[in-house]
Design a protein around this ligand. Structure first.
Ligand code: SAH
Ligand code: SF4
Ligand code: F3S
Length: 452
């Protein structure tokens, strides 16, 4: 059967990883993925509800497909639409009320049911919803079609136990569950054997890895064990500052494969706000962590997440955040305006601060972020950096694009006589000639043997 499907993914890396499983499952049924909704017989939305904007977008997109004709040559007499991920988990079959053209709803705990749900819905010409409470199912046991052959995301935990008062994630992903170290290492070994060069360990809070299984966090051990598989580049996301241990910090100085990049979400620079966010650390503790990390790895690139306009944020609270962002020397800061999520404690807290004031704070912060990112990149002017090539520039296919160890985007003209497709997934050395806010540009000085 000539079945074509399209997957649209929103949200965090966990969702992107789940989408790779969706590709794997549908392809193993004989379906073929296509780039556009118009060309697809089955459309799967992997959704996110961490902020309101993501919600609204999904509803608009599904609704707009209502009058889209079935593809010429489609083996189905209707286009099947499925919503999975975090909105699926949160809303379940209620989604059918608002979206009449929706056929299947599934959640974060039952990815593996998608093929059966699609078939049932089609067979019955109708609708099927299945959302399960947190289970022990690890989607990693399902077939996968990874986005890049040379890079892999490897979930070590799912769910979250932290209940930050603004956050919906623990409500839609369930309690934190860890995979065994043996399982993780086995998956990592498989990747290394198949030529993967970069592994990113995933979890909402990788630092608390193992607490549920072993009674104490054992993330440092996971890092060492995965490094021992021989992987060239190792990264992880995300770290909660309250659980980042000295042991893990020390590994930045010990494991050559552990890339000098740490994403450490601060959320706010005000202790009062941090307390009401239930973050369980102070800004002083946070700064100490940064100092310790830099003592071990002075050249490390740091990034963070910041929420502006949390209920009750005063001008003074914001200044504290502004001060943190302006003084740490972050290479990247992901800034978010607080978004009220029903079902979280903060949703009940009133806030009189006018929207325009919050927007002003946000805009000021974004300016500071840009300056910080620009300054952080200047350090690398003239340096030679190892770049893992990801592809070519969208604007100019004679320019390669890849990532430095510090996770900077690097552009460089492809050397004469080398074919772009041979470079993808390989390492090149680039001398940095230009350092911009969001990328570096340079000249290739060396190409790995695999390419030559
Ligand atoms: N587990 C990770 C990521 C969680 S979601 C962590 O703890 O860092 C990614 C980011 O979205 C969060 O770090 C936070 O900055 C932001 N976020 C979460 N809920 C939000 C909300 N209700 N409004 C605005 N931003 C939010
Ligand atoms: Fe949300 Fe906090 Fe858990 Fe991160 S640690 S997912 S912000 S509850
Ligand atoms: Fe969004 Fe769900 Fe991730 S709400 S941020 S996709 S865990």
């Amino acid at each position: 059967m000539d079945l074509k499907f399209h997957v649209q993914t929103y949200g965090c890396q966990m969702n992107k990883h789940d989408s790779e499983r969706v590709y794997g499952m549908l392809e193993s049924m004989g379906a073929e993925s296509v780039d556009s909704i118009e060309d697809a017989d089955v459309v799967v939305f992997m959704t996110c509800c961490v902020r309101e904007a993501a919600d609204t977008r999904l509803f608009g997109q599904v609704a707009s497909m209502k009058n889209l004709p079935v593809r010429t040559g489609s083996p189905l007499d209707q286009r099947l639409v499925a919503v999975g991920g975090c909105i699926g988990q949160r809303d379940g079959e209620k989604l059918f009320d608002d979206l009449p053209n929706l056929n299947v709803v599934f959640g974060t705990q039952n990815l593996s049911s998608l093929p059966a749900l699609l078939m049932d819905a089609y067979g019955q010409g109708g609708k099927r919803a299945e959302v399960l409470e947190a289970s022990s199912e690890f989607s990693s046991e399902l077939p996968t079609d990874r986005e890049h052959s040379w890079a892999a995301w490897l979930p070590i935990t799912v769910g979250c136990d932290n209940f930050c008062t603004y956050c919906i994630v623990p409500h839609v992903r369930g309690r934190e569950r860890s995979r065994s170290i043996e399982d993780i290492v086995k998956e990592a070994e498989g990747y290394v054997a198949s030529g993967v060069r970069e592994i990113t360990l995933l979890g909402q809070n990788v630092n608390s890895y193992g607490r549920d299984l072993y009674g104490e966090p054992r993330f440092a051990e996971v890092l060492e064990a995965v490094a021992a598989t021989g992987i060239e580049r190792l990264r992880f996301a995300t770290s909660h500052p309250k659980d980042l241990t000295d042991e893990v910090i020390a590994l930045f100085g010990k494991l050559p494969c552990l890339m000098p990049y740490l994403h450490l979400p601060a959320q706010s620079g005000s202790n009062d706000v941090l307390k009401r966010m239930n973050r369980k650390y102070t800004v002083e503790h946070y700064r100490q962590l940064i100092d310790k990390v830099r003592a071990v790895r002075p050249d490390i690139a740091l990034s963070t997440d910041i929420i502006v306009g949390f209920p009750g944020e005063t001008a003074e609270d914001f200044e504290a955040t502004f001060d943190l962002v302006s003084s740490v020397g972050y290479s990247q800061v992901f800034t978010f305006i607080y978004s009220k999520r029903e079902g979280t404690p903060a949703a009940k807290w009133d806030d009189e601060t006018p929207r325009s004031v919050i927007q002003e704070r946000f805009d000021r912060l974004v300016e500071a972020v840009q300056k910080s990112a620009f300054d952080a990149n200047q350090v690398d002017l003239g340096a030679e950096v190892e770049v893992l090539v990801e592809g070519t520039s969208k604007r100019d296919d004679s320019v390669l694009v890849g990532k430095s160890p510090k996770n900077q985007t690097v552009h460089a003209p492809i050397p004469e006589g080398i074919c772009a497709s041979d470079l993808i997934g390989n390492m090149v050395t680039v001398r940095v000639d230009e350092a911009r806010t969001w990328y570096l540009r340079g000249t290739v000085t060396e190409v790995s043997e695999a390419v030559r």
